[in-house]
Design a protein around this ligand. Sequence first.
Ligand code: SF4
Length: 160
Amino acid sequence: MKILDSFLSLFKAPLSKGISRPSNGYHFSTINKSLTLRHVDVGSCNGCEIEIASAFNPIYDAGRFGVALTASPRHADGLLVTGVVTQNMVDPLIKTFDATPNPKIVIACGDCAISGNLFKNGYGVKGPVSEVLNVDVSIMGCPPHPIDIVDTLRAIADPK
Ligand code: SF4
């Protein structure tokens, strides 16, 4: 019932109470009802990917809020990063960030991306996304619920 209430609340405005806002509110003021993100998996177990896929399916449908995923960082407003950053993914993550035009936003999606979670001290692990890039917004959970993903992305796309 709680999940159903949360889902129904997506049809009402405004949402997103709990998200962490970027320190320089520039991103939010330049993105208006349109947010295109390049998803980067830097070491996820794929749990977060399943929930991101759900967030864009016909049930949760993040697309109705102007949010989309793109294959190219050159077409993106920012990065949606999942997983703890493995050593092998440090350079690809930086290259993808550099290929994204300014202004851009970095979203850490899931506890691994935010803190390293249970993989924090693992072999071959660099650390959370914040060790490589400045993180603007975090979506907590292991994995985050699609409602929380949609809620946060909606708030970024339409900050009013
Ligand atoms: S936060 Fe949880 S679901 Fe997401 S990548 Fe880490 S372990 Fe997997």
